[in-house]
Design a protein. Structure first.
Length: 115
């Protein structure tokens, strides 16, 4: 099982980024998938999640209405569209999968929101 994040970078406040999480070794749409983030000196927190099968989604209050989680089953890839970014969104963003009774993490991608 492997999770590889991409799409992070430096963006100005109010800007947008789309993160990708390419999964291998398991079927993404049969798994619980989430995005987490960790800012310097803070605990890791869940940002958004999507269930297996029907794909119900949930979001942290801090990102509701600005972030959208989705997946492309054909590409076995999960996405996080981030709009109206704020400096407080600055963090390392991690992809998480729970599949076959085990948890897996990607290595993370840095998102920096600054003018």
């Amino acid at each position: 099982v492997q999770l590889v994040e991409s799409g992070g970078g430096l963006v100005q406040p109010g800007g947008s980024l789309r993160l990708s999480c390419a999964a291998s070794g398991f079927t993404l749409n049969l798994s619980v998938m989430r995005w987490y983030r960790q800012a310097p000196g803070k605990a890791r927190e869940m940002v958004a999640g999507i269930t297996s099968g029907g794909g119900s989604t949930n979001y942290a209050d801090s990102v509701k209405g600005r972030f959208t989680i989705s997946r492309d089953n054909a590409k076995n890839t999960m996405y996080l569209q981030m709009n109206s970014l704020k400096p407080e969104d600055t963090a390392v963003y991690f992809c998480f999968a729970f599949t076959s009774g085990r948890s897996y993490w990607g290595l993370g991608t840095q998102v920096t929101v600054s003018s």
